[in-house]
Design a protein around this ligand. Structure first.
Ligand code: FEO
Ligand code: CA
Ligand code: CA
Ligand code: CA
Length: 505
């Protein structure tokens, strides 16, 4: 129906904030609707490949500059024994078929999406681009740890999994972050040091070998936010989502040259990895020389750290050794397009009593992403007063608002000190003006779900969003705690990606 005006912006704070709710639906302010584009198990292409589980980060790649047709990269973070693989056997192991299923349903999906004449977003399964990248896809290692002893002297590794958030490069490829890789690598008996990297894929070009950039370090990668230093090198900001973990920045050795297009990918193969000391306001270079100097006299450390590859593979340990600051679970990082300040979601840290988390803002010296000194402030705090808890993914709109999704864990949501927030949500926080730092609720998730991967089209008339793990606390498959997206005839909840659009009313 043409009831839906087609060009109303979703971005900005042009909506009546919603109240927290525990309804089993994706609730939006009046004047906005959502279309389910792809859900777990849906066929995505003519080959019959299917959409993976627990969709997370999304990134829209316009086709010919369109705001109404493009490729959508979607991360698939982890699976579920109940809804994907089925339970482990009595000895606590998966069968070979279950392991394949577990690996197939993680990684990423490239799907083609479009808006039809009635203003509804759909998936185009006849797409020539749609394909899966999974835990079974071969990946090439790049950078200092490639072929090193630390990764078992190999250049090629199997698959990607635990893909949490990510980012887009300046040359139109996607970066996807391998986060909690341990349980999957263990279940599949795969070498742990092959996971925990930033991976790069070109959604448009299957000929571009999927790769893992070891120069960006190995840790519990949440994301990768790319910008340019004042002298034209590439800077990538990254969170390590673990309690008491550091914030990282990679700076390339060479400069970005636009005309080199995807060949710029080699910028991520050589450069310096830094970790932040908040006490000193300094970025500390993680080099083998510095680590060995600090480790002098400690034979176990000297044995562990022999080359730069060892520093990258054990980046967290090297960062702490060199004096970087452990922080409260740094999740997504986003660079403000207005003043190049850097926003970091510190989701929470129950060990330190930081139950609701906060958003930190780094101010790089001279507003230069290449600076090695910075100042910082706490930009916004979670809690009853602000109305949000556990900030996770971030994205900016063109009016300077920071869009933040929340991730109260499924076992805590709607309980105890988290009761007042009800289900997880999306919040819009202006970073300038009279409402700076104030949070306005835009969306509420289905039961036990987390909203992840917010991504606008360039004209900001569509917001893509992933609804992850609805009904996660279900114990009896016949009594799901959520049935979202409430498809007719379905008998289980399904993680799904939606497109949100606004209409006049
Ligand atoms: Fe996968 Fe840090 O959330
Ligand atoms: Ca996350
Ligand atoms: Ca983000
Ligand atoms: Ca999270």
């Amino acid at each position: 129906s043409h009831l839906f005006g087609r060009n109303k912006k979703v971005s900005g704070v042009h909506f009546t904030p919603i109240k927290p709710t525990d309804k089993d639906d994706l609730i939006l302010p009046r004047g906005f609707k959502y279309d389910v584009i792809a859900a777990y198990g849906d066929t995505i292409n003519k080959k019959g490949e299917t959409f993976g589980y627990n969709n997370d980060f999304t990134m829209f790649f316009p086709i010919k500059g369109s705001n109404e047709r493009g490729l959508l990269w979607v991360n698939h973070e982890y699976t579920s024994d109940l809804w994907v693989t089925g339970p482990k056997d009595k000895s606590g192991n998966y069968t070979k078929a279950q392991i394949e299923k577990l690996l197939y349903n993680q990684g990423g999906s490239i799907i083609e999406v479009y808006k039809d004449e009635d203003g509804a977003w759909k998936m185009d399964t006849a797409s020539q681009f749609a394909r899966r990248i999974t835990g079974l896809t071969p990946f090439r290692l790049t950078g200092p740890a490639r072929g090193s002893k630390a990764v078992g002297s190999t250049d090629i590794v199997q698959g990607t999994f635990a893909n949490c958030s990510g980012g887009k490069t300046l040359w139109n490829t996607v970066l996807s972050a391998e986060e909690n890789y341990e349980s999957t690598s263990e279940a599949a008996s795969l070498n742990e040091t092959h996971y925990g990297w930033i991976v790069e894929v070109d959604p448009f070009n299957p000929g571009f070998a999927p790769r893992k950039h070891t120069a960006l370090g190995r840790f519990h990668h949440e994301n990768a936010a790319m910008g340019l230093t004042n002298d034209g090198r590439v800077a990538v900001y990254m969170g390590d989502d673990k309690t008491d973990a550091c914030v990282y920045k990679f700076i390339s050795k060479n400069k970005y040259i636009k005309s080199r297009k995807q060949a710029n990918s080699d910028l991520l193969e050589e450069g310096t990895l830094y970790a932040a000391s908040l006490a000193k306001g300094e970025w500390i270079a993680l080099t083998i020389e510095a680590v060995r100097k600090k480790a002098a006299g400690n034979q176990a450390l000297l044995d562990k750290f022999q080359t730069q590859a060892d520093v990258l593979v054990h980046a967290h340990e090297a960062a702490i050794l060199l004096g970087a600051t452990p922080t409260d679970r740094p999740e997504d990082v986003e660079i403000s397009p207005f003043d190049k300040s850097v926003f970091i979601a510190h989701t929470n840290n129950s060990k330190h009593g930081n139950i609701h988390g906060h958003i930190t803002r780094f101010l790089e010296a001279n507003d230069d992403l290449g600076s090695l000194t910075f100042d910082f402030e706490i930009f916004a705090c979670g809690g009853r007063q602000s109305g949000f808890s556990a900030p996770d993914n971030l994205t900016f709109d063109s009016e300077g608002n920071l869009w933040t999704v929340t991730d109260i864990s499924s076992s805590s949501v709607n309980k105890g000190v988290f009761s007042s927030f009800k289900n997880n949500g999306v919040f819009v926080i202006p970073t300038t003006g009279k409402n700076e730092g104030e949070a306005f609720q835009f969306a509420s998730a289905p039961v036990e779900a987390e909203l992840t991967g917010p991504c606008f089209t360039d004209d900001e008339t569509t917001l893509f969003l992933a609804v992850q793990h609805p009904g996660e606390e279900t114990t009896d498959i016949h009594k799901p705690t959520s049935m979202w997206p409430h498809r007719k005839g379905d008998n289980q909840p399904r993680p799904a990606v939606v497109a949100i659009t606004g209409f006049q009313y």
